[in-house]
Write a protein that binds this ligand. Structure first.
Ligand code: MOS
Length: 740
């Protein structure tokens, strides 16, 4: 068996380089097949009747008129016993109790997509409208309408260490502020969807999912069929940001319709359904109280918060950073998620962490000002070098001090801070914020490398590539160990029928979990090749080296081209299977990052313009500089949306969502994102986290971005806007209030 924990690399030649995605040409040319592109002979289309009310009970579903619509081949509703499938919290697939606008009521399959829409309109549904709650404030009022039978508060999530009362008593300065963040939508470019196809009792699903093995398990359990009878394929994806982690109803509906009709069924959501139904980052209300001594020592943090999680449970704690990022002996956090009648929240790029940074990092800014310390220096003084929520374990590596120091230097922090402009109609300022991310589940991965007689390679891994470049990075790991050119490596991935279990592309863990297993598999192949060469050349394995497609002895002689290894030519393939070692038990694993932002605020119009940003990230080893930069630029961009423009709007009168399209739900466009974005990788050379030294980047690249912008806004205006997004209307309101 290969060593599952080989020594980390010291130097690399291919890993770390800016290598374009291996599937780039396929994607750019349109040849890459996404789920939406999957067309099968005799395929039907599907669409769903969704509850148009924020809260209602379905009293009658009449499908007779719809059944007569041309092209309609099947209709499913709660009346079908096949649909008696348990879903969240005792509800079922078509639950007559609709708890949000968009909840599924009936589904049709028809010959064309247009016919499905005609049929959907022809299904007659009677609803008894129920009182609704569309904000956590309303949901918490006595006598509020209940979203779930058990009430509107989900199990609180509390944490405490030390004694906060004592901590506040010891403080020279105590500050307290209520921070608010808005409900944000995932908006992946590719909508959610599935294509289901039965052959006999075997079901194949092409699915836009981050977790093909979760879809497989969920569908098998919903349909009560063995895992071996379900194959899920997710080869190409156009993003997910967490909204494609869980199994959704549309996948099961596609499978049921396909079974009922005996035809393949494609069910891809419309953009409107996408914005209504497949998840969001919940809004948070966070009251944060903090104490500090004059010398900059933190004495206490107390956080009380609620999050607005929609109609079904999902967890998003905004307390993580408060508990862990800085040394503070007394910390108390009390959070309770609250149900409202709206689409449920779901994991969204570092669930809870950007909200946590929004509150904590603005508070750190305020504390620094009150005690007259520079915000970078104040943070540097307080960074925790051990993990305060996990037995004070040291981190495998922590590059946060370098993120702050080197980031400040590269950004020109001190100069920019001094040059802030406070007079005239357009003011300017700079801000900083830090963050971290933690992923704790056990790292399970099995990779297979097949080395063929001509020296080319098939790499087989379960992980999906949701657009981040996973396939490319894993191929680089193989190329690094075996010297095979990138163009000769084929990556087969995210197919439960032909690849091994991988926990999926989420939690920023794909690289850190899978790349060590890929490396082990490649090393296994290398060991076999060296053994073959040793026998053929009569040179001990220890004296041989593999480079440039040749295996050679000391000083380059004797040597043999890999393609001329006699054993390889006979057996035609060498197979290496790699797994990986667990995370180190006595250390905590965290990526870190610090963002700097410069903003201009137009005091007449209230517009906030991000002039430039710099992100210093410690995610361990940079696996591919190009995809690394892409991730971080995306993080800063989403942070701009979080800080300035994005929020789901529910109508207070009807509870219905008002901005269910890309015109009214404002993600940043090219006009909102500055050209001046700098990505500064900080690599602390982590030799303990795993054998590739990488810690995960996707989520930490977002965490501090919005808070850095908010702090820059404060620096420019002298006014704290604790509620996101910082819209022109909100800016004018606080500036006018300040002027009296
Ligand atoms: Mo993520 S929110 O684990 O895609």
């Amino acid at each position: 068996m290969p060593d599952a924990n080989p020594k980390p690399w010291t130097e690399t030649t291919i890993v770390g380089k800016s290598i374009p995605r291996i599937d780039g040409p396929e994607k750019l040319s349109g040849e890459a097949k996404y789920t939406l592109d999957q067309n099968l002979p005799d395929m039907l289309y599907a669409a769903t009747v969704r509850c148009p009310h924020a809260h209602a009970r379905v009293t009658k579903v009449d499908v007779s008129r719809a059944a007569a619509v041309p092209g309609v081949r099947a209709i499913l509703s709660d009346a079908d016993k096949d649909c008696n499938i348990p879903w969240y919290r005792g509800s079922r697939l078509f639950d007559p109790h609709c708890r949000y606008e968009g909840e599924e009521v009936a589904t049709v399959a028809a010959e064309t997509q247009q016919q499905t829409w005609d049929a959907v309109r022809a299904i007659e549904v009677q609803y008894e409208k129920l009182p609704f709650v569309s904000s956590m404030v309303d949901a918490l009022k006595p006598g509020a309408s209940k979203v779930q039978d058990g009430g509107n508060i989900v199990q609180p999530n509390n944490f405490s260490r030390g004694d906060v009362a004592k901590g506040f008593a010891e403080a020279d300065v105590v500050v307290e502020e209520t921070f608010q963040t808005s409900c944000l939508l995932h908006t992946p470019v590719e909508v959610h969807g599935s294509v289901a196809h039965w052959e006999g009792d075997h079901l194949t699903i092409w699915d836009s999912t981050q977790f093909p093995f979760t879809t497989q398990a969920g569908v098998a359990s919903a349909l009560k069929i063995p895992l071996s009878k379900v194959r899920v394929i997710a080869r190409h994806m156009g993003g997910g940001f967490g909204s494609k982690i869980d199994l959704s109803k549309y996948t099961v509906l596609a499978a049921l319709l396909a079974r009922k009709t005996g035809r393949p069924v494609k069910y891809c959501l419309s953009r409107e359904e996408e914005l209504l139904c497949v998840g969001n980052r919940p809004a948070h209300n966070l009251r944060l109280k903090a104490g500090v001594k004059k010398d900059g020592t933190l004495t206490a943090f107390e956080l009380r918060g609620n999050s607005e999680i929609g109609a079904y449970p999902a967890g998003d704690s905004a307390a993580y950073l408060v508990r862990e990022l800085y040394v503070c002996p007394n910390v108390k956090t009390e959070e309770a998620p609250v149900f409202i009648n709206a689409g449920q929240s779901r994991a969204f790029r570092a669930p809870g962490f950007p909200q946590s940074a929004w509150a904590l990092e603005q508070t750190m800014d305020t504390l620094a000002e009150k005690i007259g310390m520079d915000p970078v220096e104040f943070r540097l003084k307080n960074i925790s070098m051990v993990c305060g929520v996990d037995g004070n374990k040291p981190y495998t590596s922590i590059g946060l001090p370098q993120c702050l120091r080197e980031g400040a230097k590269a950004f020109g922090w001190t100069e920019a801070r001094a040059k802030a402009k406070r007079d005239g109609p357009i003011v300017r300022g700079v801000g900083v914020a830090s963050g971290m991310w933690g992923y704790l589940a056990p790292p399970i991965s099995t990779a297979i490398v097949r080395f063929y007689a001509d020296g080319s390679v098939n790499l087989n891994i379960g992980a999906a590539d949701l657009g981040t470049g996973t396939r490319t990075i894993m191929a680089q790991v193989v190329a690094e160990e075996l010297g095979v050119p990138m163009a000769q490596i084929e990556v087969e991935n995210a197919d439960t029928g032909t690849t091994q279990f991988s926990d999926g592309a989420g939690g920023s863990k794909t690289c850190m979990v899978d790349s060590p297993a890929v490396r082990t598999a490649a090393l296994e192949v290398k060991a076999r090749l060296l053994e073959m060469a040793s026998a053929q050349l009569n040179v001990p394995v220890a004296d041989l080296k593999l480079a440039g497609g040749e295996i050679s002895g000391p000083g380059g002689n004797p040597k043999v081209a890999v393609g001329r290894l006699r054993t390889l030519q006979t057996q035609r393939v060498v197979v290496g299977v790699g797994t990986r070692a667990p995370h180190p038990a006595d250390k905590a694993v965290r990526p870190f990052g610090t963002h700097f932002a410069e903003v201009e605020v137009n005091k007449r119009t209230g517009e906030v313009r991000v002039v430039r940003m710099l992100a210093a990230q410690d995610s361990g080893r940079v696996m591919n500089l190009l995809t690394y930069r892409n991730q971080v630029l995306g993080g800063m961009t989403q942070g701009i949306g979080f800080a300035l423009t994005e929020h789901r709007v529910l109508d207070a009168g009807t509870g219905k969502m008002l901005n269910r399209n890309f015109h009214d739900y404002k993600i940043p466009t090219a006009m909102d994102v500055p050209a001046d974005l700098t990505v500064l990788p900080i690599d602390p050379h982590d030799t303990e986290v795993n054998s590739t030294g990488t810690k995960g980047l996707g989520e930490p690249a977002l965490v501090p971005a919005a808070a850095a912008i908010a702090n820059a806004f404060y620096h420019a205006t002298g006014v704290r806007l604790a509620r996101a997004p910082i819209t022109p209307a909100a800016v004018l309101e606080v500036l006018n209030a300040k002027r009296g």
